[in-house]
Design a protein around this ligand. Sequence first.
Ligand code: 4NP
Length: 167
Amino acid sequence: MSSRARRSVLFVCLGNICRSPLAEAAFRAEAARQGLDVKVDSAGTGSWHVGEPPDPRAVATALRRGIDISGYRARQASRADFLRFDHIVALDRANLAALRALRPHDATAALSLLLDHAPGRSGQAVADPYFGDDRGFDTTWEDVTQGAEGLARRLLAENGTLSAGAR
Ligand code: 4NP
């Protein structure tokens, strides 16, 4: 990749209707705040909700922070994603394992767990709020925001290293 190439990040949970759309929204907001130019998307390892908008509770959670995710549509992660994105970020260990199984031998994407990017939270999962109550979605938002902040800082630092190297 050239040093000027735009970075890209894909967030992946199970259904792509609760956690990863919120991670996508939080990371878009954080990237804008930190001045990071990055392509962002989300997907699910499962196919049950393909084509659907995010869960209404996820839409409401983002809207309370001034972010409209109602136009997002769920899709399933694919092997091609490993060549299209620089970073593929799983929301929990089960999805990280599913992604490792899907990963093609010529993958260029770096695979990681979202909370590995949050100081002091390495190895932790963003819990699935789907079968819980509305409050679970606020916890999800706090978790994905912490991961998004750390990941954005890391990409910004990588960009700095790349442009310094290009001089
Ligand atoms: P997500 O939540 O993986 O955060 O989008 C879920 C959504 C749907 C299901 C499970 C988790 N489901 O079993 O349909």
